[in-house]
Design a protein around this ligand. Structure first.
Ligand code: HEM
Ligand SMILES: *[C@@H]1O[C@H](CO)[C@@H](O)[C@H](O)[C@H]1NC(C)=O
Ligand SMILES: *[C@@H]1O[C@H](CO)[C@@H](O)[C@H](O)[C@H]1NC(C)=O
Ligand SMILES: *[C@@H]1O[C@H](CO)[C@@H](O)[C@H](O)[C@H]1NC(C)=O
Ligand SMILES: *[C@@H]1O[C@H](CO)[C@@H](O)[C@H](O)[C@H]1NC(C)=O
Ligand SMILES: *[C@@H]1O[C@H](CO)[C@@H](O)[C@H](O)[C@H]1NC(C)=O
Length: 357
């Protein structure tokens, strides 16, 4: 009896010790009053404020936020499992003259030109700067997940190799092979392409700069996955618009690569499953971006994710744009029913371009 009581008390004490062990690490209060998991992260709060003010026009999900996210991808995907060097090291910012000459980096010079002077006012390495800017810019888009940010990258040693960034004219086999060479499975490729929900093209057709990839380029919603499945028309010929598919929505552009990924047996079901599942998209995008920002980096980086602002939520639903319905969808996943969506009321509307910087 006494022994049973004693062992019960010991068990309770052990339980309490385990709870204490499992509890999150104590937080640090910085000199400016901000609270974070690690004292080394304190210096990032002023950088976040600097980015919001001097790069993102006061915390907007505009052109610079979109381009900062694209830049983080073009920087990190220089990584290869089969070759040394490259990765999320900020080489695209420091060795911009070399990397901007790569065909797939067309238009990237605009965001590096915007970032460079801000970068120089910080104490960060180029890799930390590029990937913090992407996390902060994305946080300005309602519906986005709060992306992780890991701190402490060394300065880049040299430019990335050419031909590591996928092209919009690439076929699915080529795209999946390049991503596999960087360590990403097809489902993760689809997850990363959630980014194209806050995106527009300046360079595919230079006569119509700022042409968005969905009707809501300032919201991190799942509309992109719906609208890429509407019946479109392959742009004929190989001219300046190579890589473009005509969207049936006036003012919207669809990349050839997005169009074929939406319809390929290797990616179509994941693509469709993103539709109207905001939480799933957020979770999978966040996980894939976590992997992306650590490509080629040592595991000694410090988790400073709590310096990244918490994005506003998206509380709406995915919809068919006005005048469209299920009859306009090219369903390519035959194992899962297409979600039921409402059609926005009213006449057909045109999506305006994203204003440039
Ligand atoms: C198959 C892979 C991909 C291809 C072929 C591709 C291609 C493109 C192209 C051609 C543009 C338009 C550039 C312009 O004309 O201005 C673009 C924009 C963009 N991409 Fe991708 N992309 C891919 C994957 C990704 C990934 C993985 C991310 C981020 C995680 C990303 C983020 C963006 C963003 C945010 C924009 C909009 C930039 C802006 O509006 O300024 N892309 N992409
Ligand atoms: C936290 O950091 C931000 C950005 O530097 C600053 O504006 C704010 O005053 C700081 N303090 C608190 C308590 O949030
Ligand atoms: C490119 O990098 C150099 C420093 O290496 C910098 O002076 C310049 O402003 C950058 N330009 C662009 C367009 O990023
Ligand atoms: C600047 O960066 C160095 C190296 O990361 C760090 O030791 C130092 O504390 C930083 N200084 C400021 C003012 O944040
Ligand atoms: C896909 O693209 C690669 C590289 O350009 C090419 O070798 C291959 O033949 C293409 N495959 C198909 C099915 O078109
Ligand atoms: C879609 O709309 C068209 C034209 O308004 C209509 O004829 C068709 O029956 C609708 N299809 C569905 C599946 O609602």
């Amino acid at each position: 009896m006494a022994f049973a009581q004693l062992s019960a008390i010991v068990a309770l004490a052990l339980g309490a010790a385990q709870v204490a062990k499992a509890a999150p690490p104590p937080k640090v209060t910085c000199a400016d009053g901000n609270v974070t998991a690690n004292a080394v992260c304190c210096q990032l709060f002023p950088v976040v404020a600097n980015l919001q003010q001097n790069l993102f026009d006061g915390a907007q999900c505009g052109e610079e936020a979109h381009s900062a996210l694209r830049l983080s991808f073009h920087d990190a995907i220089g990584f290869s499992l089969t070759r040394k060097g490259g990765g999320a090291d900020g080489s695209i910012l420091v060795f911009n003259a070399t990397e901007e000459a790569f065909h797939a980096n067309i238009g990237i010079d605009e965001i590096t030109a915007d970032q460079f002077p801000v970068f120089q006012t910080t104490n960060l390495s180029a890799g930390d700067f590029v990937h913090l800017a992407a996390a902060v810019g994305t946080a300005n888009c309602p519906g986005a997940p709060q992306l992780d940010f890991f701190f402490g990258r060394a300065p880049p040693l040299g430019p990335a190799a050419d031909l590591t960034v996928p092209e919009p004219t690439d076929n699915v086999t080529a795209i999946l092979a390049r991503f596999a060479d960087a360590g990403f499975a097809p489902d993760e490729v689809v997850a990363l392409l959630s980014s194209h929900t806050v995106a527009a093209a300046d360079e595919i057709d230079t006569t119509i700069p700022g042409t968005p990839f969905d009707t809501t380029p300032f919201t991190f919603d799942t509309q992109f996955f719906v609208e890429t499945l509407l019946v479109g028309t392959l742009f004929p010929g190989n001219g300046s618009q190579a890589g473009e598919v005509l969207s049936p929505i006036p003012g919207e552009m669809r990349l050839f690569s997005d169009s074929v990924l939406a319809r390929d047996p290797r990616t179509a079901c994941m693509w469709q499953e993103m539709i109207n599942d905001q939480t799933r998209m957020q979770t999978l995008f966040k996980a894939a971006m976590h992997k992306l920002e650590l490509l080629g980096q040592p595991d000694t980086l410090v988790d400073c994710s709590d310096v990244v602002p918490v994005p506003a939520p998206f509380t709406g639903s995915a919809v068919f744009p006005a005048t469209f319905n299920m009859s306009d969808i090219q369903q390519a996943c035959d194992t899962v029913p297409f979600p039921t969506l409402e059609t926005l009321p009213g006449p057909e509307t045109s999506v305006p371009p994203v204003p440039g910087s």
